[in-house]
Structure formats: C-alpha cells, structure tokens
Ligand binder design. Structure first.
Ligand code: ASP
Ligand code: MG
Length: 318
C-alpha cells in the first residue's frame, strides 16, 4: 500500500492527467455525469429534499465494513478524519431538516488490490439521501424513481454520447427485482454479487443483509434478529454494487449494543452516541455512487474514466 511520494514524478503524472482530460471517452462520460447530477438533484428537490453542503472533516465518520486505512488530520491539538461517508451527519441533520441530500465527496483509502476492480476510486462522490421517519420501502421507491428519471434524462440529453459508447439502455420499469442476501448466496454461491450482476438486464435489489456483513448503524429486522433492514442496488451487466442504504438504528441503548456486537470501541463513536443520547427518531436513506452510475451508463471499463482527476487505489495522482 505504501507508495513513496518522492518516487512519484510530478511531470509524468501531470502529463498523464492532461492525457486523461483530453480523452474523448472521458469528456463524453463527464457530460453524461453532468446530466446525472443535474437530474438526481432536481428529482430530489421536486420531492421536497433540501440539499445541504458536504462535510469534509469531522471527529466522526463512517467506520465502513471493509479495511481502509484512515486519513486523519491534526487540528487545533486534536484529531479529525476525512469523510468516508456522511452517514452519521445525515442521521443527525435529518432530525431537524426532515428530508435532505448531499453531493458528498468521500475519501476511502482502499487497499491497492482494488485498483483493477473497475469500481473503486479512493476519492469519489455519492449522492447521499436521508428522510426522517421513512421506511426502507419508501427509500427504495424513491431510489427507483431517481434512477428512472436520471436514465431518461441521459437518454434524452446525451443521445450522441450513448451512441458513441454503443449503449442502448432502455427506460427501467418501477418495481426492480428484489432478492435477499441469503437467497442470493444460496443461488449463486460466494461470488453472488458478481453473478447476480452479470445475469441481470435491469437493476436488482439485494436486501436483508446479515449484521456481520454491514456496519452497526443500519437497523436490525424486528422479526429476524441478525438481519438488517438495508439494501444494495446491483447494476446489471456485471457492473455490480452502485447504491447502499437502509433504515437506521436510532436508540441509544441499541446503538451501543450494535457497536458491541461488531467488537468496535464505543469511544470511536462518542460524538454519535452523544447525539443519540439527545434522542433521535428513525430515518432511512441511501447513497448513490455517481462515478459508478456514470460508468454503468457509459459501459466504461473503470470508474476512473468517469471523473476528471481519478484516484486509483494505491497510486498518488493529481
Ligand atoms: N452513505 C452511506 C454509505 O456510504 C450509504 C447509506 O446511506 O447507507 O455507506
Ligand atoms: Mg454503508
């Protein structure tokens, strides 16, 4: 994972960055992405969601459920983290603001073996959405509408680009297929996300993810302890995961219990616990990866083609 910064040649890197920005495919992908961002934003605003500014540094961020090394910065004699996701800020803000979204830049220092998955960038943007007292079904319904409207916008506004990429994506119909995590793993084995995606022609919901496979913050099912009220959306044609979300745990005691079940240290989450102590209501939401959505629509080999200054895991670049 360590890359010796003194061995990185800035001249070479800048030449690479300029070459990337001159690539016609990159230019077209950026144009598709601009349509996507605009459409997602206006679909949310039309439904009464308030855009709030991103948080980039805080003593509280998403623990995630997979290994990343954590960029911390020292501030005023204390330590803060760069945002891995605004999950906790969403949950806190939504208590007072009701329905929110953020065009949220995230930093996740993924391990270098993720360089070639095509899906991982260590700097990316997600459209992070949260609504107070909403259920998972309401979130899924909203997400489907946002996606359907965004695909329609791209089909209309980026005809030229879609044609050049040889992409012929038809409008999706509401009510995407749902499959539970356990059924998917039974049907497709260990690599179920990959197979599920490869087989699909339309997006598929993966629901009811086991507690150990996710972070502590999504709510446990009341009828099936150990299974969460959460979901991932899998893009078709092998492009894999493009959205995750769920209903959130909001009760102080249960949050502590869930942190314990994951073997995590409550001290790490003391700012969130302090917020929970004030009293929180339930909420639900999700985050849509913008570069991954663009990658799928354009049929790109790597999500790095869907951004201006790609940050590929393991490499220092402009
Ligand atoms: N923003 C969250 C994440 O990155 C997604 C969600 O809303 O659950 O995990
Ligand atoms: Mg998450």
């Amino acid at each position: 994972m360590k890359q010796n910064i003194s061995l990185v040649d800035p001249e070479e890197e800048v030449v690479k960055a300029i070459r990337h920005l001159s690539d016609e495919d990159v230019k077209m992908a950026l144009s598709v992405q601009a349509t996507l961002r605009h459409s997602l934003s206006s679909s949310l605003r039309n439904r009464g969601f308030l855009e709030i500014p991103p948080v980039m540094v805080s003593p509280l961020t998403d623990p995630l459920n997979h290994p990343v090394s954590d960029p911390r910065i020292s501030c005023y004699g204390g330590e803060m983290w760069l945002t891995k996701s605004m999950i906790f800020h969403k949950q806190i803000a939504v208590q007072k603001l009701g329905r929110i979204y953020i065009m949220s830049p995230n930093i996740r220092l993924e391990t270098s073996d993720k360089a070639e998955t095509g899906r991982h960038l260590y700097e990316f943007t997600q459209v992070d959405v949260e609504a107070l007292e909403w259920t998972r079904d309401q979130s899924m319904d909203l997400a489907e509408n946002l996606i359907i409207e965004a695909v329609r916008a791209v089909r209309e506004e980026n005809r030229k680009e879609m044609e050049a990429f040889g992409r012929d994506i038809s409008d999706f119909r509401k009510g995407f297929r749902r499959i539970s995590y356990l059924d998917a793993s039974r049907e497709y084995g260990d690599e179920f996300e990959k197979s599920l995606s490869a087989d699909a022609k339309e997006p598929v919901w993966l629901v009811d993810i086991p507690l150990q496979a996710r972070e502590f913050y999504d709510r446990e099912r009341e009828d099936t302890p150990g299974i969460l009220m959460d979901m991932d959306l899998i893009w078709p044609e092998g492009f894999q995961e493009g959205l995750s979300g769920g209903e959130r745990e909001y009760d102080y005691g249960r949050i502590l219990e869930r942190i314990g079940k994951k073997g995590q240290n409550p001290e790490t989450f003391k700012w969130f616990l302090a917020a929970a102590k004030q009293g929180m209501k339930g909420s639900s939401g999700f985050g849509i990866g913008v570069e991954r959505f663009t990658r799928y629509l354009c049929g790109l080999k790597h999500a790095g083609m869907a951004t201006a200054f790609p940050k590929i895991p393991g490499r220092i670049s402009l």
